[in-house]
Ligand binder design. Structure first.
Ligand SMILES: *Cc1c(COP(=O)(O)O)cnc(C)c1O
Length: 432
């Protein structure tokens, strides 16, 4: 518990701490960053990302493996670069992400391409640069990829994404491994799909893949998914189709509000034990973690614009909004909100923290006890994943700036988007 005199105790993510009445990230004062760069401002700890990564690396130590960071969680170049330099490959879901990945310096062979709707030009570009694997989600996609690769005189490396039909016990919008959602190929069709792929001269089967959901806070769904996947590998290899790697996807949750997901290292120790027991101990492992590498490494700093106390609700209007922090509006997600410089809590009140966007869905936190005045600054915690990468220009709001803190120094890694940046691609109609 880290808290300042008078304020309600709030447990902070690692790398965040109060000292001398000011919230710091790795020893850097957040209020100073907000004054220097303005708000809303995303701030990330490089050490926090590397420490989250090292939990996976510890768990997988001594095994043939590749950690492919699912870059849709946060695709800012300097963040990709940080994880790539630490050994990560990248899991991409679009041609745009492929270009970002290459710009960040990833070896194309460490890129895997996921997603249900890859287009021909995206496939062509990924084949041209030589990515490591396409995770294919339907027979129709398999056939198009085969045709595109043959047209280039190449064989596309493929995994088939299987839908293991296990319940990850998470929010329905971020559950992907149950029957009845659009992801993956149903368990009972997998063998036939592999036979089909193996017979295509433009394809080379390299692996099998599943990804059961996001913000998973228990080990059991992973253990079940692994078992279901290995049952399939037994059958596929019995049919004479070798599987080089097993990809268990991503999805491990983080602590937003007291959740206690398993430690990545411990989870993998248990999963490796299962692999050993089932005779797959030597098989290459691929994983695609996103949120768990970056989520708790970042915060969004915002300034209180107005206090609007009311009969039923007190509203705290801040300068960050749903276009910066879409998770509450999209998933009713919870983010802790803490003051950068706590007051004495003499005037603690319960507030709904809301943004300036013209939507009732534009809220960031509900019923939060805070002692604040206009001009105070707050940190929205655990904002490293699925915030900046989902940010929009709704209400013609420029996207926020971003800063990376590394060992006591801070670097601006993305400038605040100006209105001119937003207007650049548009044109007025010619004057009649
Ligand atoms: C989103 C996604 C991931 C990453 O999920 P997290 O919950 O952020 O770890 C991994 N693989 C695929 C296919 C995804 O769509």
């Amino acid at each position: 518990m880290s808290h300042s005199a008078g304020q309600l105790p709030v447990s902070l993510p690692p790398h965040f701490a109060y000292s001398s009445g000011q919230l710091h990230i790795d020893g850097v004062e957040l209020d100073a960053l907000a004054r220097a760069h303005g708000t809303p401002l995303f701030v990330y700890s490089k050490a926090a990302m590397l420490s989250a990564l090292s939990a996976y690396q510890r768990g997988l130590k001594g095994r043939d493996h590749q950690i492919c960071y699912a870059m849709k969680a946060n695709s800012t170049l300097a963040i990709l670069q940080t994880l790539v330099q630490a050994g990560c490959g990248l899991d991409i879901v679009s041609g745009g992400e492929l270009e970002r990945a290459l710009t960040a310096g990833v070896a194309p062979s460490k890129v895997i391409f996921s997603g249900v709707g890859k287009t021909r030009p995206e496939m062509r570009r990924a084949l041209e640069v030589g990515i490591g694997c396409f995770n294919v989600e339907s027979t129709a996609e398999l056939d198009v990829l085969d045709e595109v690769a043959r047209g280039m005189g190449l064989r596309a490396p493929v995994s088939i994404r299987v839908n293991p039909n296990v319940d990850p016990k998470t929010h329905p919008y971020i559950s992907t491994g149950l029957k009845g959602n659009k992801f993956g190929i149903a368990h009972e069709e997998v063998l036939a799909t592999y036979r089909h792929a193996a017979a295509c001269s433009g394809l080379r089967v390299v692996g099998i893949d599943c990804h059961i959901g996001s913000q998973i806070t228990e080990a059991a769904p992973y253990m079940d998914a692994m078992d279901r996947m290995l049952d399939l590998v037994d059958a596929i290899e019995a049919a004479g189709i070798p599987i080089e790697h097993l990809d268990l996807g991503g999805g491990l949750g983080i602590d937003y509000n007291g959740e206690t997901p398993p430690d990545a290292g411990a989870l993998w120790q248990a999963l490796l034990q299962k692999l050993d027991t089932r005779g797959y101990g030597q098989r290459k492992i691929v994983i695609e973690p996103g949120r768990s590498l970056v989520g708790n490494a970042g915060a969004c700093l915002t300034e209180v614009l107005y206090l609007k106390p009311g009969e039923q609700k007190n509203f705290l209007i801040v300068d960050a909004a749903m276009n910066d922090l879409p998770r509450p509006a999209m998933y009713q997600a919870f983010h802790k909100i803490v003051p950068l410089s706590p007051r004495d809590a003499l005037a603690m009140k319960t507030w709904d923290v809301v943004g300036p966007v013209c939507e009732s869905g534009d809220w960031i936190g509900r019923d939060r006890a805070l002692d604040v005045q206009a001009g105070d600054r707050l940190a929205v915690l655990a904002a490293g994943a699925y915030c900046m990468s989902m940010a929009s220009n709704y209400n013609t709001r420029g996207r926020a700036a971003e800063v990376l803190v590394d060992g006591g120094t801070s670097t601006l890694i993305r400038m605040r988007e100006s209105t001119a940046d937003q207007l650049r691609l548009e044109s007025l109609l010619p004057v009649a």
